[in-house]
Design a protein around this ligand. Structure first.
Ligand code: B12
Ligand code: SF4
Length: 543
């Protein structure tokens, strides 16, 4: 007997273009289900159609209102927000009807929701509730990074999910499918957060030991949103999971483990080939936490040996990349390398950030990558706990001298399962009693400067969120305006602008404007241009 399911991604209005990228998490779950004999379909609502949530006439008014601070403008802003909320709620209702229709027609046994942070989390709850009110018997399971971060706390907010799945879902989803058709007991399934008569409790954690068992499937009969140009056809490529470092601000090693686990190079190549065969796309972005250096080299060598014609953006750590691997990396089609450097002051790196890197090595890695023509993106958390005028100056000067092609300045967000989140008192951090509760609903409104985000109720170095966000903004602004550096462009955006044949700044400002203004036709134009370009490389593989 097989189960029938729908895997759902509903996040609401996008704040960055990468929200239109295919969801590799749901694509691997779909493959696990199918290869175990179950039926499933991915309903990914992050398509260009989601832009109807901000009709252009409202978007234009919002753009006009930006920066105004009068009683009239705030009244108008409130009116527009209320109308947009109605549009959002109507959309949820429409999606719930659509899903209900499928549930009834195809006798669906369960739904699997992927949970993201903030607005997406809130919308997911509304959608799940609406679906349940129409189909009281339907089971809704939820997983994804938001569950990894917040686990049982989600049950303090909602009971709508029958069970929450933390960690890796490849095996869990198959166990849940068996449970949905009465062939397995819930409590025997690893990686779950269960709420029952005895309270909220977790079953033991089980990580996937052989990552080659994970393979994202992108056929359009399973993933219909990938038909045509509804989504960006830039695909996430996962080489490894886990990270042996323990940076104080980061929860990744808790999410995916502190031991590196890698896919085999053969498997990674077969994933690339699947995307090329199904969509013709030859452009990828690495979605690891921190890819091991040996693996990077092995994959690059295999790409070159097999003559695979692809282009990809890579995430790594300055300690991982051997300088002598960079030539093969470039030859294999690597477009960019992302390094988190976090601060330009060695003491900050060692004492407050625990990044495990030496600044001279970071500088050398940046130089050597750039010498080979690799586009280098670096990221800094500014201001960090413990920041002083001196550390600020050091970071500014380091960035200026670093020569990186793009610099991302991140406003600190204190996340659960990070050292800063676990031991705030040791890092000049004060968190309000409800901080982690509020964080569950927090959306970084990435096309607005952080000073315009809904504030987080924290203090760092005695300063509140707006002061911290303001410092972060001004720091990025100074690097851009005074030093001519390209800021707030990540590797995925750099890849996109390249494939639009646009200057990075032009791409950044146009896409921000299209999303802010709800300009769907222009955003659709961008997606189509990138999709055409990404399927018609060739990237030169020169000897
Ligand atoms: C690659 C990546 C992306 C990619 C695509 C992500 C994807 N999987 O589709 C892109 C670039 C599009 C992206 C965008 C964003 N990302 Co991102 N991203 C990552 C990254 C680096 C890796 C994610 C990944 O590919 N993991 C591997 C896949 C296979 O895992 P997965 O998708 O989580 O799915 C597995 C499990 O979660 C589980 N699972 C998932 N859903 C379900 C459902 C059920 C029912 C079950 C049983 C299991 C299950 O099973 C899957 C297989 O094991 C992580 C950091 C990290 N290293 O984890 C951040 C991360 C996931 N991103 C994050 C954020 C905040 C974002 C953005 C909001 C920010 C931004 N604008 O950049 C956007 C949101 C986009 C959107 N959908 O609206 C946060 C999430 C925090 C949170 N609490 O939700 C993370 C954890 C980084 C961080 N800041 O710490 N991201
Ligand atoms: S910031 Fe990067 S290197 Fe540091 S723990 Fe997180 S994933 Fe690992």
């Amino acid at each position: 007997m097989k189960s029938r399911s729908l895997l759902v991604n509903y996040t609401g209005y996008p704040t960055t273009p990468n929200a239109f990228m295919p969801d590799n998490g749901l694509a691997v779950l779909a493959n696990s289900l199918l290869s175990s004999g179950h039926e499933t379909t991915i309903l990914d609502y992050n398509t260009i159609d989601i832009m109807k949530l901000l009709p252009h006439e409202y978007g234009k008014r919002l753009v006009d209102l930006a920066g105004k601070d009068t009683p009239d403008s705030s009244r108008e802003l409130k009116e527009i927000s209320a109308e947009l909320d109605l549009i959002q709620d109507r959309d949820i209702d429409e999606k719930a009807r659509e899903i209900t229709d499928i549930i009834r027609r195809r006798k669906i046994d369960f739904l699997g929701f992927k949970l993201w942070m903030g607005q997406s989390f809130e919308n997911g709850i509304k959608l799940a509730k609406n679906i349940k009110s129409r189909n009281p018997g339907i089971r809704i399971f939820a997983g994804g990074s938001h569950v990894d971060y917040f686990r049982g706390n989600i049950y303090k907010v909602t009971d709508v999910y029958d069970v929450l799945a933390y960690g890796e879902g490849e095996e869990t989803i198959v166990d849940l499918a068996e449970y949905a058709i009465g062939r397995r007991e819930l409590k025997s399934i690893p990686n779950l957060v269960i709420k029952d008569g005895s309270g909220v409790w977790e079953t033991p954690e089980k990580r996937l030991q052989n990552l080659d068992k994970s393979f994202p499937i992108y056929d359009t009969d399973i993933y219909p949103a990938l038909k045509g140009d509804q989504k960006l056809k830039l695909f996430i490529s996962e080489f490894s999971r886990g990270c042996p470092f323990k940076c104080n601000f980061c929860g990744h090693s808790n999410k995916s483990g502190s031991k590196w686990r890698s896919k085999s190079p053969e498997h990674i190549i077969s994933e690339f080939r699947h995307v090329i065969d199904t969509h013709g796309t030859r452009v990828f972005r690495n979605g690891d936490s921190n890819t091991p250096g040996m693996l990077i080299r092995d994959v690059a060598e295999r790409i070159v040996n097999e003559g695979l014609d692809i282009e990809y953006a890579l995430i790594s750590h300055v300690n991982n990349l051997d300088i002598d691997a960079l030539d093969i990396l470039k030859k294999s089609g690597c477009f960019s390398v992302f390094f988190g450097v976090e601060s330009g002051n060695q003491q900050m790196i060692d004492k407050y950030i625990n990044k495990g890197l030496k600044l001279e090595n970071a500088k050398r890695a940046i130089d050597e990558c750039r010498k080979r023509g690799l586009f280098v993106v670096t990221s800094y958390v500014y201001p960090s706990p413990g920041e002083t005028e001196e550390t600020k100056r050091d970071t500014y000067n380091f960035i200026k001298a670093s020569g990186a092609d793009a610099v991302s300045i991140c406003t600190p967000i204190i996340t659960p399962k990070s050292t800063w989140g676990d031991k705030p008192g040791e890092y000049f951090i004060e968190l309000s009693e409800n901080y982690f509760y509020d964080l569950m609903f927090f959306t970084p409104a990435l096309f607005y400067p952080p000073t315009m985000w809904k504030p987080l109720n924290y203090k760092i170095n005695g300063k509140d969120f707006f002061e911290i966000a303001g410092e972060s903004d001004r720091f990025a602004d100074a690097l851009e305006k005074e030093e001519g550096m390209l800021t707030q462009v990540m590797d995925d955006a750099a890849l996109m602008s390249k494939h639009c044949r646009m200057d990075f700044r032009e791409f950044r400002s146009k896409v921000r404007h299209y999303l802010k203004a709800g300009d769907r036709p222009s955003m659709e134009g961008i997606i189509k241009t990138i999709n055409r370009s990404a399927s018609s490389l060739p990237v030169k593989i020169s000897a």
